[in-house]
Write a protein that binds this ligand. Structure first.
Ligand SMILES: Cc1ncc(COP(=O)(O)O)c(C=O)c1O
Length: 459
C-alpha cells in the first residue's frame, strides 16, 4: 500500500502537543471536530506550490497511481486546475510561436459547448476567445466531438493561427464519455494540446480497463477527487502526461499559484494523501464490483420502463419525461423517499454514486423509483440552443460596468459577468454575447429570471 507522508507528519505534530504559535486561529481545539488536524505551512509541513518534502512525496505517489508524468494537488477543486491548464496552454502556445488572431487580437481555445463555467472565467482572466468545437450532437449538457470536422478545421489553419488548445469535458454531467483517444490523436497530428475536464472521472483510472484521459492521450486533465473518490470537498488533481510539452510540468506549480489561495487546506491534502493509500489497496476491485451492481440496477429499472442514459459506470441518469415526470419533479419524488439526487433539470435527474454508497443505497433507489406511478408523458421539449452572437470579448464584458435586469427586458443586451448557466453551471450564453429571443426562451426553460448585462451608455 502507498505510504501517507502528509498524514504521518500531521499526526506526529498533533502528538507532540507543540504550542501552536501559528495560524489557524482555532489552535487545534475541536469546535467542529477536525481542527486538530488542520495545520498550516509550518516547518516540515512543506509548501503546496513549492513542494519539496512531504507534499511532493505524496504527489509523486498520486502520479504513480494515475500513471501521469506529474500530478499536483489542488485544494480548490478542478476550478483551480482549469484556470492553471489554460494558463499553461497559453505559455506553450507563445513558446511554439502561435500568434494572436489578426481579427480579434486574442488567442483562442477550441472547446466543447458543454464546458463548465470555469472555462469562461479562465478565459476572462487570461483574455482568451473561445470557439466551440464542431460536434456530431450538441446540447447544453452533452456534446460529441465531430472528429473529422475537427481534423478539417485544424488542417485549415496555419501553424501560427492554431488554437492554443482543444478543451473537452468528459465525462459530462449526464455521464456521457467522449472518445478521448481519437480526439487526442487528431489534436496531436496538428500539434495542438488536448486538455480534458475530467472533473467527474477521477475513478475512471481504476476500472478494469482504464478510461482515464491521461491513459487515452490527453496532455493535461483535471480530476475533482472529491466528486467520485472518498475525498473531502475541494480535493482535486492536475495531471500532466509524460509526453506533454515540458512547459506544462516546469510551470505547473507557478500556474496553480497564480490563481490559488496562499492558505491551502491541510485537511484536504491529508484527504488526497489518504486516497493514495485507499486507491492502492483494493479500491479497483471495489469499484469494479460496485459498477456492476449499478449496471444491474439500471438494467432492471430500464426493464421496468424507465429511461436511463449515459455510459459512465457510477451514474444513474434518468430521462423521466416519457413516464410523466420532469427531471425536477422526479427528483422531488426521490427526495420524498429519502434520496437526495446530485442534479435535476426539466429533462434529467442524475444520481452520482460511489462504492461508499453500498448495496443498501442502491436497493433504496431501486425501490423508490419502482414505487413511482407512471403518468402521461410530459411532452415539452427543451428549446434549441441559441446561436452565439459575440459583441465584445469575454474579458471586456466581465470587466465592464453591469446592471441586473429581468429576462423580459434582456433581448439585444450584452451579457456581463455571471455567465447564465443552467443548473450544473454550463453557460447558455457567455459573457460578451448579445442576448437573443432564443436565449431568453432557454433562460425561461431553465428557470433563469434575471441576468447581469452591460450598462448602456447614457443618452
Ligand atoms: C464538468 C465540471 N467541471 C468542473 C467543475 C468544477 O469542479 P470543482 O467543483 O472541483 O472546482 C465542475 C463542478 O461541478 C463540473 O461539473
Amino acid at each position: 500500500m502507498t505510504d501517507t507522508p502528509i498524514i504521518d507528519f500531521v499526526r506526529r505534530y498533533c502528538e507532540s502537543e507543540a504550542v501552536r504559535a501559528h495560524m489557524p486561529g482555532h489552535k487545534g481545539a475541536a469546535f467542529l471536530g477536525p481542527e486538530a488536524l488542520d495545520i498550516t505551512e509550518i516547518a516540515g509541513a512543506d509548501e503546496l506550490y513549492g513542494a519539496e518534502g512531504i507534499i511532493k512525496a505524496s504527489e509523486r505517489n498520486a502520479a504513480a497511481l494515475f500513471g501521469a508524468g506529474k500530478t499536483l494537488y489542488s485544494c480548490e477543486g478542478s476550478s483551480l486546475c482549469i484556470r492553471a491548464m489554460l494558463y499553461l496552454a497559453l505559455l506553450e502556445a507563445k513558446r511554439a510561436g502561435r500568434r494572436i488572431s489578426s481579427e480579434t487580437g486574442r488567442f483562442c481555445v477550441l472547446a466543447g459547448r458543454n464546458a463548465h463555467k470555469t472555462l469562461m472565467t479562465a478565459a476572462a482572466l487570461l483574455d482568451l476567445d473561445i470557439d466551440w468545437l464542431p460536434a456530431e450532437k450538441s446540447s447544453l449538457l452533452s456534446c460529441k466531438t465531430d472528429i473529422r470536422a475537427l481534423d478539417e478545421l485544424l488542417a485549415a489553419k496555419s501553424e501560427a493561427e492554431k488554437p492554443i488548445a482543444v478543451y473537452i469535458t468528459s465525462p459530462d454531467y449526464l455521464g456521457n464519455i467522449e472518445d478521448v483517444r481519437s480526439v487526442a490523436a487528431v489534436c496531436h497530428w496538428h500539434g495542438v494540446p488536448l486538455l480534458v475536464d475530467n472533473a467527474h472521472g477521477a475513478y475512471l483510472k481504476f476500472l478494469e480497463r482504464s478510461l482515464h484521459p491521461i491513459d487515452l492521450g490527453a496532455d493535461m486533465c483535471c480530476d475533482s477527487a472529491h466528486k467520485t473518490l472518498p475525498c473531502l470537498t475541494g480535493a482535486a488533481y492536475l495531471h500532466i502526461h509524460r509526453a506533454a510539452s515540458a512547459v506544462f510540468s516546469e510551470q505547473a506549480e507557478t500556474a496553480l499559484a497564480l490563481f490559488a489561495s496562499t492558505s491551502p487546506s491541510y485537511l484536504i491534502m491529508q484527504s488526497l494523501d489518504n486516497a493514495n493509500a485507499l486507491l492502492s489497496g483494493g479500491y479497483a476491485e471495489r469499484i469494479t464490483e460496485y459498477a456492476a451492481l449499478i449496471r444491474e440496477t439500471a438494467e432492471r429499472l430500464a426493464g421496468n420502463g424507465w429511461r436511463l442514459i449515459g455510459d459512465e459506470p457510477l451514474k444513474l441518469t434518468f430521462m423521466p419525461k416519457e413516464q410523466g415526470y420532469t427531471g425536477t419533479g422526479f427528483a422531488d419524488e426521490l427526495r420524498k423517499r429519502g434520496i437526495e439526487p446530485e442534479f435535476a433539470d426539466p429533462d434529467f435527474c442524475v444520481l452520482m454514486l460511489s462504492s461508499e454508497n453500498g448495496k443498501a443505497d442502491l436497493q433504496a433507489i431501486e425501490s423508490a423509483v419502482l414505487s413511482l406511478e407512471k403518468r402521461l408523458p410530459v411532452t415539452e421539449k427543451p428549446p434549441a440552443l441559441p446561436a452565439p452572437d459575440r459583441a465584445v470579448s469575454i474579458r471586456e464584458a466581465v470587466l465592464a460596468p453591469q446592471e441586473r435586469i429581468g429576462i423580459e427586458d434582456a433581448a439585444g443586451r450584452i451579457l456581463g459577468f455571471g455567465h447564465i448557466a443552467c443548473p450544473p453551471a454550463v453557460p447558455i450564453v457567455t459573457a460578451g454575447e448579445r442576448i437573443s429571443q432564443a436565449a431568453i426562451e432557454c433562460f425561461r426553460y431553465y428557470g433563469v429570471r434575471t441576468v447581469g448585462v452591460l450598462r448602456e451608455p447614457r443618452a
